[in-house]
Design a binder for this molecule. Structure first.
Ligand SMILES: Cc1ncc(COP(=O)(O)O)c(C=O)c1O
Length: 367
């Protein structure tokens, strides 16, 4: 059996340090925010080359607060892609703004920046590029367009911890960047977690207030805020894990190289690392029009796979009121029908990669 993800293997490699971190929190009693969370905020901000980090309870909350701090609200339009996890669009909806979609580029599976300008209207306030699967969106042309129109850029880096665009870390290029620490992410908490990073002190201050009931001083509520605070245990554990992130990313990248090599002659399309990108392979997704058959074959050989994501957001029932229909975003719709995520985690061995690849070859030949 080859799992899609193996969190136990990761825990085994850092068990003592995690247990020490947990003990520290119990001994200080700082279960919500506190010193460990504050230290994690500065360490993670430094990691992505941003001046400020504000830790929150989920990546979704990070997006929600980044949008609010940027002044997004009812009557505004926010541009993003329909090929993303639903949370990107949900967070835009929480502010009262409406979502405008731009299709993806079929190579990178991130926003097709060539189509961006046509989607901008006088109501467009923000663009949310999604660094899907761990590959950065094409940020330079996107930032140039945003600057020209005076539009704020909020990076959805929830899948892309440590990814780089022409040598710059994701999260630090836009006005604000948002990360998720859901357990299966490249940097995952032992529960839920997220962070907003920014180098704008005004945005940082607003996000910091909004995550804690709109206050800087206890019981003095300047803004109408939320309870989006990070737990002390998550901060302490994330500090331990952050020290391993680069090694884990190297592990993912070498497994991706091995998959690429083993699948070169297979009848599936392997992911493309764009010339500007240092992809961190949160997800390694191959593409085939025969996806259902391939997934069944892999399952029968004990290989777990996933589909990220089978239904684009513009075709989800919950978002019907955005007014889109099938056929509106052909590259997104085709990708949603074809992608299949193979097992990918740093502890995966080359033998396991070869086993998965052999099963893919077998399926293709059996068709
Ligand atoms: C692209 C993207 N955006 C947003 C989120 C939301 O993060 P969370 O699950 O921590 O709320 C996720 C992760 O689940 C994601 O993959």
């Amino acid at each position: 059996m080859i799992p899609f993800l193996d969190l136990q293997a990761q825990y085994a490699s850092i068990k003592t340090d995690v247990q020490d971190a947990v003990n520290r929190v119990f001994e200080t009693g700082q279960f919500v925010l506190g010193d460990e969370v504050a230290a994690f905020e500065s360490e993670f901000a430094r990691y992505v080359s941003a001046d400020h980090g504000i830790a929150v309870n989920t990546g979704t909350s990070a997006l929600h607060l980044a949008l609010l701090a940027a002044g997004i609200g009812p009557g505004d339009e926010v541009i993003t892609v329909p090929f993303t996890f639903v949370a990107t669009v949900a967070a835009i909806g929480y502010t009262g703004a409406s979502t405008v979609f731009v299709d993806i580029d079929p190579q990178s599976l991130t926003m097709d920046v060539a189509q961006l300008e046509a989607a901008i209207t006088p109501r467009t306030k923000a663009i949310v590029p999604v660094h899907l699967y761990g590959q950065p969106a094409d940020m330079d042309p996107l930032l140039a367009i945003a600057r020209r129109h005076g539009i704020i850029v909020i990076e959805d880096a929830c899948q892309a911890h440590g990814a780089e665009y022409n040598g710059r870390r994701v999260g630090s290029m836009g006005d604000l960047g948002c990360f998720s620490f859901y357990p299966g992410k490249n940097l995952g908490a032992c529960g839920e977690g997220g962070i907003v990073v920014t180098s704008n002190p005004k945005y940082a201050r607003t996000v910091r207030m909004l995550r804690d009931w709109g206050s800087e001083k206890k019981y003095h509520h300047v803004l109408r805020g939320y309870n989006y605070r990070m737990e002390g245990l998550q901060g302490a554990i994330l500090r331990v894990k952050l020290r391993h992130l680069d090694a884990w990313t190297d592990g993912r990248r070498s497994r991706a190289v091995e998959y690429d090599r083993c699948l070169r002659d297979a009848d599936v399309t392997t992911p493309r690392e764009m010339p500007y990108a240092r992809h961190v392979y949160h997800i390694y997704a191959v593409r085939t029009p025969e996806r259902a058959e391939l997934q069944r074959t892999l399952q029968s050989r004990g290989v777990q796979t996933g589909i990220h994501y089978p239904i684009p957001v513009h075709l989800q029932e919950a978002y019907r009121d955005l007014g889109y229909a099938a056929g509106d975003f052909p590259h997104t719709e085709r990708a949603a029908n074809e992608v299949l995520s193979l097992p990918m985690f740093p502890e995966l061995t080359n033998n396991q990669v070869e086993f998965v690849a052999a099963a893919v070859h077998h399926d293709v030949h059996a068709l």
